[in-house]
Design a protein around this ligand. Structure first.
Ligand code: BTN
Length: 264
């Protein structure tokens, strides 16, 4: 097992099992990321902990955006690990690939928009928010995952090309419960963290490339409301940065949002 995941177990010789994961299931919460951050800060949890909420009233997205989740109709959970962000440099890609693979088991053709938006047929199905901070007992990383299970009314400004949901792709009788989905995602995330720690990043990068939503298309990269550059999407490089072929040459993007360029 990877050293990173050993940190989250009580028994460093064993594999990280479901018994090592402290599960908290809540009816309603402001934000699962914020709840879990407070729980680590206050020493109420340690090791690997997961918070799953059926209603999230103040969900947060990347770049300071809010995250709208339909009450009792969305998967909202966060996983905490007692490690610093720099120890998990490819975490956003790990989480995107891990969650995409779980959803694909239900026959949904998921793609990934760098670094980890979940896209189906050009529309946003879900997103990931990874945050790292210091607590009284050390560095902690919280991974928040939000997936629309039933249709959600997201303002166009937040959803870009629009939103989609699992129920638009999976028959009602085959729809998993949010707990089942969350458990499968947590296991898959742990497996991909372990894989990258032990075997390296090549398998992860290959899996991302297979699902790269905007590959070959004309894109713009926006960071904090500013268009940084535009050009053709070329995929990720060996550092996990995104390559864009601009009029002034190949540029690698480390932060920001990738969107399809709308024809003028
Ligand atoms: C994004 O696409 O901008 C990321 C969205 C992340 C939303 C999830 S829902 C569970 C967790 N709690 C939050 O407040 N945000 C994340």
């Amino acid at each position: 097992m990877s050293k990173i995941l050993q940190l989250a177990t009580n028994n460093p010789d064993s594999m990280l099992t479901q018994a090592d994961v402290h599960w908290i299931e809540l009816d309603s919460v402001d934000s699962t990321n914020d709840y879990l951050s407070r729980a680590y800060q206050q020493g109420r949890v340690s090791g690997c902990a997961v918070v799953l909420a059926h209603i999230q009233t103040a969900g947060r997205g990347r770049a300071g955006r809010s995250w709208t989740a339909a009450p009792r109709a969305s998967l909202c959970f966060s996983v905490g690990l007692p490690v610093a962000g720099y120890q998990l440099p490819f975490l956003p890609l790990c989480v995107g690939v891990a969650v995409a693979q779980v959803i694909e088991r239900f026959g949904v053709p998921v793609q990934l928009k760098w670094p980890n938006d979940l896209i189906v047929s050009g529309k946003k199905l879900g997103g990931v928010l990874c945050e790292s901070f210091q607590t009284v007992s050390g560095a902690t990383t919280v991974i928040g995952v939000g997936i629309n299970v039933h249709p959600v009314d997201v303002p166009q400004a937040l959803s870009g090309a629009g939103a989609t949901s699992l129920s638009q792709w999976i028959d009602g009788s085959a729809l998993p419960t949010v707990r089942e989905l969350a458990e499968a995602c947590v296991l898959s995330i742990q497996n991909w963290i372990g894989e990258t720690q032990v075997q390296g990043i090549s398998a992860l990068f290959k899996q991302f490339a297979l699902r790269d939503a905007w590959l070959g298309q004309e894109v713009v990269v926006v960071d904090e409301g500013r268009v940084l550059l535009s050009g053709q999407a070329m995929g990720i490089d060996e550092n996990g940065a995104y390559l864009v072929n601009t009029s002034s040459g190949l540029r690698s993007v480390l932060a920001g949002d990738l969107s399809l360029r709308v024809a003028p």
